[in-house]
Ligand binder design. Structure first.
Ligand SMILES: Nc1nc2c(c(=O)[nH]1)N[C@H]1C(S)=C(S)[C@@H](COP(=O)(O)OP(=O)(O)OC[C@H]3O[C@@H](n4cnc5c(N)ncnc54)[C@H](O)[C@@H]3O)O[C@H]1N2
Ligand code: MOO
Length: 440
């Protein structure tokens, strides 16, 4: 039984916790002043709480995490019914029936799906019955039309059927009271079907996180508008990050470009807090003279800017912003750096907010088709194309170079190749770790 069928309202919201006054101690940097990417990811995730459960229509709960145990209130099928269009009979009346020597039974009624017989079936008689219609009392088998002459007053039956033939018995799929689903399950289309099948219209789930995406940089132009000749380029990051967040299950608000203006940036972030479970920014966090996010974020909440031993994605920012301490991930502006940072930090945060497991991409080992070189000191997230041969063996080719502006080769890739910070060279034919970049 789902919560809504029984209790009509959600569990009381948990008490609001006191907002933290400082961020917890971040991971210690290495000798080069860089943090380990996995330690940084854990540190960020430790500060993220799954969203409180919410009651939703089952169709809207697709891909969300169930927050209640569900048991069946009814059996499925709910009654014995026919699996075929044909005649409900007593099996004994068909014994020894054949094409040459058919059994002949009087047809005494018709049962369509959604109706019931007006009497019990007596020996020597048959009732027409349609697929899904309830079996009449007294009948213990169904003879499909193809084994009869389809008679309307009398019917000739050309084959013997055993007891139970073509009957779908009550509870043969699900029995009343049976435990169906456990809290924590991520709802898929089959689960939606099962919930609806047992009559449940609403369930308690963790809602889609509302993710606000902001990009920064006075050089950026909204796609669709003309570029001038003064070093402008299109804002690809806010679109890419919004799409990636949506694919990860979020409800996305793409704010788009804010120029390198501190007041405008501070106002934009503050204005967005009201509809955000997470804010993601791109750009303006490195060492530049107009790194606006880095400049204003400290005035808005608790923030931490650091450098992580990964390439791309070295500069990273994290904060808990405003009175409600809304998490904010501040990503570097280079498009590939932004995307890789999304994969490493933002996607797991979205999944934690949603309460779905696993938080991380499941690593797949793939054999390199060529030598892979890496500059040691930073973990590498290279773009690759993984192919799977018919035997299930994965191979990978690197796509494009390591440059973090290479949007074209990012699009051509279907995986990230993840190398440890101390890796220098991997000969062709050896295996590497890859993350498949599927949009789910
Ligand atoms: N002196 C140093 N300079 C830089 C360092 C460093 O350590 N010392 N780190 C470099 C690395 S690594 C990265 S990554 C970038 C990150 O810089 P920012 O996060 O401040 O990003 P921006 O400077 O705003 O932009 C970098 C680059 O990306 C383009 N960009 C920005 N936003 C978008 C967008 N929405 N769509 C498309 N392209 C975007 C921007 O035009 C720049 O070309 O810093 C290095 N510098
Ligand atoms: O970290 Mo930057 O992201 O190497 O280009």
């Amino acid at each position: 039984m789902a919560l809504f069928g029984r209790r009509k309202k959600a569990a009381p919201t948990p008490e609001v916790e006191e907002a933290p006054a400082i961020l917890p101690e971040p991971p210690a940097p290495n000798a080069d002043g860089l943090r380990d990417w996995q330690a940084q990811r854990e540190w960020v995730l430790d500060q993220i709480e799954p969203l409180p459960p919410f009651g939703m229509q089952v169709i809207d709960a697709l891909r969300l995490s169930l927050c209640e145990d569900i048991e069946a209130d009814i059996s499925l099928p709910g009654f014995d019914n026919s699996a075929m269009d044909g005649y409900a009979v007593q099996a004994a009346d068909t014994w020894n029936a054949s094409e040459k020597a058919p059994s002949v039974l009087a047809v005494v009624g018709e049962i369509a799906a959604g109706t019931v017989a007006d009497r019990a079936l007596a020996p020597g008689t048959a009732m027409k019955i349609m697929t899904g219609a309830p079996m009449p009392e007294g009948a213990d088998a169904v003879v499909q039309y193809e084994l009869t002459d389809r008679g309307t007053e009398d019917v000739q039956i050309f084959a013997q059927v055993e007891q139970g033939k073509n009957i779908r018995s009550k509870g043969s799929d699900i029995s009343e009271g049976e435990h169906l689903l456990s809290a924590g399950l991520q709802i898929d289309s089959r689960t939606v079907g099962l919930l609806a099948g047992v009559g449940i219209d609403k369930v308690l789930v963790r809602p889609r996180p509302r993710v606000v995406v902001i990009s920064t940089g006075s050089e950026l132009v909204e796609p669709g508008l003309p570029l001038d000749d003064n070093g402008q380029l299109y804002d690809s990051n806010s679109y890419m990050l919004a799409a990636a967040a949506k694919a990860a299950g979020a409800q996305v608000f793409r704010v788009g470009v804010v120029g390198d203006d501190e007041e405008a940036m501070a106002n934009t972030i503050s204005d967005q807090l009201v509809r955000a479970d997470l804010i993601v920014t791109s750009g303006g966090i490195s060492q530049g003279d107009w790194d606006v996010v880095k400049a204003v974020a400290p005035s808005l909440g608790l923030v931490d800017f650091t450098q992580v031993a990964m390439q791309p994605g070295k500069p990273q920012g994290f904060g808990l912003i405003g009175e409600d301490r809304i998490p904010m991930l501040m990503l570097p502006g280079n498009p590939v750096s932004s995307f890789v940072s999304f994969e490493v930090f933002v996607r797991p945060v979205i999944r934690k907010l949603m309460g779905v497991q696993p938080l991380y991409r499941q690593p797949i080992r793939a054999v390199t088709n060529t030598i892979v070189r890496s500059s040691p000191g930073r973990a590498q997230f290279l773009r690759g194309e993984v192919r799977t041969d018919p035997g299930g063996r994965h191979t990978v080719d690197l796509i494009g170079g390591p440059g973090s502006h290479l949007l074209g080769s990012l699009q051509k890739s279907n995986a990230l190749v993840v190398l440890d910070a101390d890796t220098e060279v991997i000969p062709a034919g050896h295996t590497v770790t890859t993350w498949m970049l599927t949009d789910d």
